[in-house]
Write a protein that binds this ligand. Sequence first.
Ligand code: ACO
Length: 374
Amino acid sequence: MSPAHVVGWGKYVPERVLSNDDLSEMVDTSDEWIRTRTGIAERRVAEDGESTASMATRAAWRALRAAGVTPAQVDLIIVATATPDHAIPATACIVQDALGASNAAAFDLSAGCTGFVYALGVAADMVAARDGAGKKATAVVIGAETLSRFVDWTDRSTCVLFGDGAGAVVLQANGSPGGVLSTFLGADGSGGDLLYVPAGGSEEPASHRTVSQRLHYVRMRGREVFRFAVRAMPDAAQQVLEQAGLTPDDVDLLVPHQANQRILEAAGRALNLPPEKMYSNLERYGNTSAASIPIALCEAVEEGRISRDDVVVCVGFGAGLTWGATALRWSVPLPTAPPTAWGKARYRVWRGYASVRSLIRRLVRWLLSRSVKE
Ligand code: ACO
């Protein structure tokens, strides 16, 4: 059984930028308040027609291209999200169809902002176990969120924090050492009401009352979440390092969930990590929940912040309450040149094929349904 390696990475963020100054025209806030309390300067907001599935699909195509993997090779797609396109079906199934990943199982994973770390842990174990059984497995792990559709744009205490986007990685076991070294996952449901959406689920289905009382939006007790986060992040990172037989001194880059710059700095201090070993892009994207770690990981690679054989620790916390971390040794060569025109064209063909495949399957299903006598 050999460990799973990250062999591809990709991200997608919407074009539309919403700055702190834009927000100060919508609610009673200011650029100064948001920057000093959170470190956020701007965030991306999905355009009409964009959704969690569409952003997840774009990030996944980029990750597949970076890995040189075709959709038909994918065995598993996990979408970590708290903002799925629908309650039913899973967003991962929409992504599976859009990729034309005809051999893949697909499901969503809900663990708030820790979702990507949870999904990475599940997928890494599955890839390693299949490898042990003599079957080469490929998983696409995506974190994607459209929080702009779940925040109350009249509530200044939450709407300034969140943004939209998606990040993805491709995992494969390739027989070499390194890759995902250890995973630690934690949960404490007694803190579920610190960060939640009160209505729209089975306990409180949608009704005129729930809509008029704005119960379909994120509610958060920010201070309590803050206190939980500054304990949970270093704890999860320590646990995962211990499991891997490493110490904070061995870490080359910590890729934390991007929630608040003060939380990142507190975690860095607790782990005794210098700021240059802590990745942050919070200023540009805000908190994109389950998408924040894969977007950050992808940008860290693009910026040359990760080198081959580096120890990278991804660590998150979020609604649930949940928290967790993954330690990995980055063992694949990093790209030295942008993708070639031929490489891009190949994936355009795959995208075209996936659309045609989906249409044909719908057509066949329609024809079959007409041929069945009631
Ligand atoms: N602009 C101006 N004033 C504001 C704003 C705003 N956007 N929001 C709140 N305030 C005011 C409050 O009304 C309050 O005023 P008051 O003293 O007159 O009552 C004052 O600012 C202080 O409010 P606090 O909530 O105490 O501010 P705090 O310093 O705790 O910062 C924050 C709030 C940024 C939300 C912080 O608590 C935090 O980052 N918490 C963690 C949140 C987090 O990480 N959430 C993501 C979890 S991950 C997931 O699963 C999605």
